[in-house]
Design a protein around this ligand. Structure first.
Ligand code: UTP
Length: 292
């Protein structure tokens, strides 16, 4: 079993960049090919050995709760029609050994606040945070969160997933800097939320995967509103860094920023091109597409 048992999915953001699609459903329920974003993330956590999935939900909570609930009527109907393959797909959304916990974030006060809402479910142990709108795909290798669990097990400290970005984009991310320790691994000496390119300490951006020690909750309890007037997880990590060593891990794999329309479209195209059922047909379609 993994040393990290609990995965937290903050899915209570307003998703304004996807309106009107996100008027009644959470951004994380948007589908990439045939699966909602949230399920890519929950499968990543389960494959890495986590057995408790904590969803921090907001005003559009119903579809998420329903997606992780048993669908008696649908399952009975598929059974009666002998659609065993489809029944398996539905049943596998939540494998039998997995516990799901839903916690309401009553106001979208920021990612840091959403993570703090998970405290009663996480308790006093390290945990993972996965932002499902960052879809990370590592073909044929360990998933991003599995790679980070491996780092945690060796270093016994918080680990933040990072990626090199164009410095002109620094104001969209938390940005980190610190000395390189090993291949792909650095120490976090500085972390700043959404700095301007001139203020960015490096070109290393925080993406939506974290393994955090429970000491983060004490820091979050006193974190004031920061960038965008939101309670920022980055600011609490900056405080935690003063008392614990924190690691930045530049993961192996491709990341699609599905919180943006272009990243979401790219994910759909690339995942479709890997999809057993439709790769061939879709590739042919793209080849014959007149782009002029
Ligand atoms: P984003 O910064 O992408 O914000 O949140 P958003 O509200 O979801 O989307 P836009 O920018 O308005 O289009 C990053 C992650 O943090 C969660 C979101 O659901 C997303 O997974 N989040 C953010 C919360 O759970 N609660 C919050 O108060 C804010």
């Amino acid at each position: 079993m993994s040393s990290i048992r609990t995965a937290v999915f903050p899915v209570a953001g307003l998703g304004t960049r996807f309106l009107p699609a996100t008027k009644a459903i959470a951004k994380e329920m948007l589908t990439v090919v045939d699966k909602p974003l949230i399920q890519y993330a929950s499968e990543e956590a389960v494959a890495a050995g986590m057995d408790t999935l904590v969803f921090i939900v907001g005003r559009t909570k119903n579809a998420i709760i329903d997606h992780y609930d048993k669908a008696y009527e649908l399952e009975t109907e598929l059974g009666l029609r002998n659609k065993t393959d489809l029944l398996k797909i539905v049943e596998e959304v939540v494998p039998p050994h997995i516990h799901c916990v839903f916690i309401r974030q009553s106001e979208a006060l920021g990612l840091g606040h959403a993570v703090l809402c998970a405290k009663p479910a996480v308790g006093n142990e390290p945990f993972a945070v996965l932002l499902p709108d960052d879809l990370i795909y590592n073909k044929g290798g360990d998933s991003c969160i599995q790679q980070m669990v491996n780092v945690y097990e060796e270093k016994q400290g918080s680990v933040i997933g990072t990626q090199t970005v164009d410095i002109t984009e620094s104001d969209k991310y938390g940005m980190v800097a610190g000395p390189v320790l090993e291949q792909r691994l650095s120490r976090v000496d500085e972390i700043i939320e959404k700095p301007s390119p001139a203020e960015a300490p490096s070109d290393q951006a925080v993406v939506g995967r974290y393994i955090l020690t429970p000491a983060i909750f004490d820091k979050l309890e006193t974190t004031q509103r920061g960038a965008g007037n939101e309670i920022q997880l980055t600011d609490a990590i900056a405080e935690l860094r003063k008392t614990e060593e924190i690691f930045a891990y530049s993961f192996e794999g491709a990341r699609y920023d599905c919180g943006s329309k272009i990243g979401y479209l790219e994910a759909n195209v690339e995942i479709a091109l890997q999809h057993d059922e439709m790769a061939e047909g879709f590739r042919n379609y793209l080849k014959n597409l007149n782009l002029d």
